[in-house]
Structure formats: C-alpha cells, structure tokens
Design a protein around this ligand. Structure first.
Ligand SMILES: [Zn+2]
Length: 545
C-alpha cells in the first residue's frame, strides 16, 4: 500500500515536514516525525512528585535513532525527573539491533534509570489487507505471525525482566482462515478466545521459558466499551498478565468522543477489576494542546496512577510539542496536590465486562460534577448505584435489579435499563421521534438549543422534571425500601468533526450545554456524594464543551 492511501488517524497526525524519519511498514502504528538533532533540555524546574513518577517510552525507531546518543539525548528530559525508561525492540515489522538495545540499556542503568522492554505486535505477517479497516494490527490465526510473535518475545525476554505490550494487541482480521476458525461464533467471541489463547501460548509461556523472572504488562487502549469487539477481553485476557497499564490518552474533546474526565474513569475501572495489578497509565501527546496534555496526567493521578508512561521519546521534544511538555512540568506540583482528592469517587456505576448500549454515557456523569466510578462489583458499600445498559447482559437485568432492591439500594437508571423491567417501569415507544425544545424543573424552564430527541417515554412514576412540559425527563419511584430515579436521556443528531475527517456523534454534550438539565441529574446525588467539592476539582482546567 502506498503512503498516500493511508488515511488513518495515525497517518494524519504526521508532521508537515520533508525531513521525516523512515519508519516501519505501512499502515504505520506511530506517526512519522522529523529526526531530532538538537538535544536541548526542556525548560522548567526539575519536578519531584511523591505519589507518582514519570517514565519515558522509546519506540523501536526511537531506540534505532537515539540509542547511540542516549547520554546526550536523555538530558532533554531532565526536568521530568524520569525514573524509568521503556526500550522497544519491535514495531511495524522493524526489529532493533540487539547490541544497540543492550548498549542503550546498560548506559541508562548506569545513570540510575530502571529500564524495561516493550513490544508492539503490529505487522507480524502480511495479512493487513484483510483487516476490517486500514490498520497495522495483526492476524493471529496465521502461523507465520504466531512464530514471529514468539520469537520477538523470546529475544526481548532474554534482555529484560519486564516487557510492556503496546495497545495494538487486538485483531481486526477477517481473512479466510480467521473466518473459518470463527465458525458459528460471533466475531467478538472468536477474537476474545483467540487473543487469550495466543497470549498464553505465544507470549507468556515462551517469555517465561527464556526468563523465569519476566513480568509481562498489557497496555490497554482508552476505548473500553469496544474492547471485546477486537479481542481485548476484560473477563479473561487481562488476568493472565502480571500487570495492566491503562491508556488515558483521551486527547482533545472537541474532536474526539472522550471527555477530559475520561482518564480517571477508565483507570479506576480497570483498577477495580484487578486491584493489585494496576499502577501505570500511559498517554501520548497526539491531538493535545497544553491544557489537555496536562489534564491527561491529572486525570491519571486523580484516578490513582503511580506511574505515568509518556509516549514517546521521539515525539515529545518536537518543536511544536515542547511548550506542551513544559506546561506539564509546570503543572506537576499542582497535579500532585490535587491528587489528594482521589478518594472522592463515591457513586458506583455498575458495568459488566464486554457489554454494549448507552454508549459513551458514563463519562458525562463526571462532567456534570457527579463523582462516579465504574465497577463490576455488585456488593458495593454505597447506598446508591447507577445502572445503564452496560450494567449487565440484558437477560439478567431483572435479576440484578431485584438483588439491589433486596439489598435496599437506591438506584438511578437509564430508560434503556428500566424498559426491560416491565413489571415496575412502563416505557412507551413513540412512533415519530419528538424534538426536545425545553426542560422544566422546579418551576424553571430552560430552552434546549441542541438537536435532541426522544423516541420513548416513561409513563409511570412521579414526575421530577419534564421535556417540552409534557414528557418525563426523570421519573421517581419508591419500591419497597428503595428510591429509584429513571432518566430518559435523549439521543442527538448533532455531530463533531474528527481529525480523520469523519463526523461522529456529539453524544451527550447537550447535558453540559443546558444548566437545568445537568442540575436535575446532579440534584439526585446531592445527599450521596460531595458534588460541590468534585465540581471544583473535577478537571485541572475549565472547558467550554
Ligand atoms: Zn486472519
């Protein structure tokens, strides 16, 4: 495939310059960037946070180009007070020279850094053409790919006692062999099992055989609601690794579907799934301005992260990025101070792994100033819980609901959850979607400017707030000893423009455009959480969403 045809997210991030480094096979997994020739240190006072530290990721290309000059190169990062460095051996079909890796590691260790290995599992064979979308992600039924995977891990494990795997360990392949192996299963089922089996047999076992002490870390991307679709299985896969690093690269909310608070949400979620194995986050500088890059760090630490892996050595010191990094250096003290509030998250939202529905909603509770956290533990201690379409698989909604009622829990639920529990909640389908023009609450009326609609309504319960003075936005129920609120979140036809040139849904941004709508929902939680405090510290900066 020619470079010009590569229209992917990554390719569009590449720098506008003639002087780009030669990288690996296309499509690429990391943006092309100019070679850095002047190794001037970032400005700023050297940071020294106590609750977390920074580490730096070198891609295979960074090791290739800067490994030989590592003593000078690493000085660029002095103010970040790096404690640890990750050196990648393989990415996009390119394997770094073993002696260069060994020499670079030795020099860095001598200088007092911890040094770990890294691998990106892209272009393991030449089957990318069968991917659902253009992507360097590999086919894992392919024998050549499996053999290559095993070799790369064996040689890396022989050098390092710890290896982190970049978040390209998923598959989008629909080659004839994958199709045949899938059989009657759903794609997600097939892929989850495939990546679990391959991780065991071609990553973990061979690495351990070479180096008994080796620790393997799986880095997860930020798109948790879609993990299972391409094989990241939160039920099984994550448990076979020694550690999991969480991707908090939420990037610019203006052009992406992640809100600034997303990092804390995701980190806490994964940490709740496997508490002892989650300490690290990882984010990059792509589609970031000064605020968003620092925000990614803040959300990570507020969520509880102890190590921030910065991606990557060849990109952070680029001319356009220096002030962004220097702003993080400046903000580090403040981030450390505010992270003292990390215990504020006190409203559980139940989420069962590998579920779908109410897409991208969770983060908006945080954006409205409600300190929620995601968990799959139904034995939570708090008195109130939020249920969405992702709280269970649909056929078990009723069982979950009855269990929570038995435990005298108060519940806030979306209409998508409520409508399945037919004996308690009456939800009526509306033939032609109704455009919402006003919200009415506590004798106040607010105009709605976004293009939002409802196509169903809650027709029982006590009305708390209305749309168009006619349809329940929130309905209130008392069932046995539980209080229940059902929220009818409208859908929107508004969109945002992504860097790839696509239009994507504006999701629930309307909640943040309409003060009364957010107030209705926030008021439900006032007696259960410190919403006033969280509102003050929820983000490092204030944003016009
Ligand atoms: Zn395949």
């Amino acid at each position: 495939m020619k470079r010009e045809e590569d229209d992917s997210f990554i390719a569009r991030l590449s720098y506008d310059s003639d002087n780009l480094r030669q990288l690996g096979k296309v499509p690429i997994s990391v943006p092309e960037d100019p070679y850095i020739s002047s190794f001037i240190s970032f400005s700023g006072e050297k940071v020294n946070p106590e609750k977390f530290f920074y580490s730096l990721f070198f891609t295979a290309f960074d090791v290739r180009d800067y490994g030989g000059k590592i003593e000078k190169f690493i000085k660029i990062f002095t103010p970040l007070n790096l404690k640890k460095v990750y050196l990648e051996t393989y990415r996009d079909g390119f394997l770094v020279d073993k002696n260069l890796i060994l020499d670079t590691k030795k020099i860095l260790e001598k200088k007092g850094f911890k040094v770990s290995g890294a691998i990106t599992t892209t272009h393991l064979s030449d089957k990318n053409q069968f991917n659902e979308i253009l992507s360097p992600a590999s086919c894992y039924t392919d024998k050549i790919a499996r053999k290559r995977l095993k070799e790369i891990f064996e040689l890396t494990a022989a050098i390092f006692n710890e290896i982190i795997i970049d978040d390209w360990y998923f598959t989008l392949c629909r080659c004839s062999y994958c199709q045949k192996q899938k059989g009657k299963k759903e794609w997600y089922e097939f892929r989850c099992k495939l990546l679990y089996d391959v991780a065991k047999k071609y990553i973990i076992e061979p690495s351990r055989k070479v180096n008994k002490k080796v620790k393997l870390i799986l880095k997860l991307p930020q798109w948790y609601e879609d993990f299972h679709k391409s094989g990241y299985d939160l039920n099984k896969l994550i448990y076979i690794f020694d550690e999991v690093a969480v991707g908090t690269e939420t990037r610019d909310y203006k052009v992406q579907r992640y809100m600034p608070v997303h990092g804390a949400l995701l980190f806490k979620y994964i940490k709740n799934l496997i508490p002892d194995k989650v300490k690290k986050v990882w984010f990059d500088i792509y589609i970031c301005d000064e605020k968003i890059f620092s925000e990614q760090a803040y959300q990570s630490v507020l969520g509880g992260a102890e190590e921030i892996i910065l991606f990557c050595a060849g990109v952070l010191p680029q001319k356009n990025n220096r002030t962004i990094v220097e702003n993080l250096i400046k903000n580090t003290d403040k981030i450390e101070r505010l992270s003292g509030f990390s215990k504020i998250f006190s409203i559980p939202i139940l989420r069962k792994a590998n579920t779908e529905g109410d897409y991208k909603l969770h983060q908006y509770f945080l954006m409205m100033g409600i300190p929620v956290y995601l968990t799959d533990n139904i034995n939570f201690k708090e008195k109130i819980v939020i249920l969405t379409a992702q709280s269970e698989i649909e056929k078990n909604y009723k069982k979950l609901f009855l269990k929570l009622i038995n435990n005298k829990k108060n519940i806030v639920m979306t209409i998508n959850f409520a409508k399945v529990i037919k004996n308690y909640f009456k939800v009526k389908k509306i033939e032609n979607p109704i455009k919402i023009n006003t919200v009415n609450y506590n004798k106040k009326e607010a105009e709605v400017k976004d293009n939002i609609f409802i196509n169903e309504e809650i027709i029982n319960g006590k009305s708390v707030a209305l749309f168009n003075n006619a349809y329940n936005l929130v309905s209130f129920f008392k069932i046995r000893e539980s209080i229940i609120w059902v929220i009818n979140f409208p859908f929107t036809t508004d969109t945002i423009n992504t860097p790839e040139g696509n239009k994507e849904s504006a999701d629930y941004r309307y909640l943040l455009h309409n003060k009364i709508m957010a107030e209705v929902i926030r008021d439900i939680f006032r007696n259960f959480a410190n919403v006033n405090l969280y509102e003050k510290i929820k983000t490092l900066y204030r944003y016009e969403i």
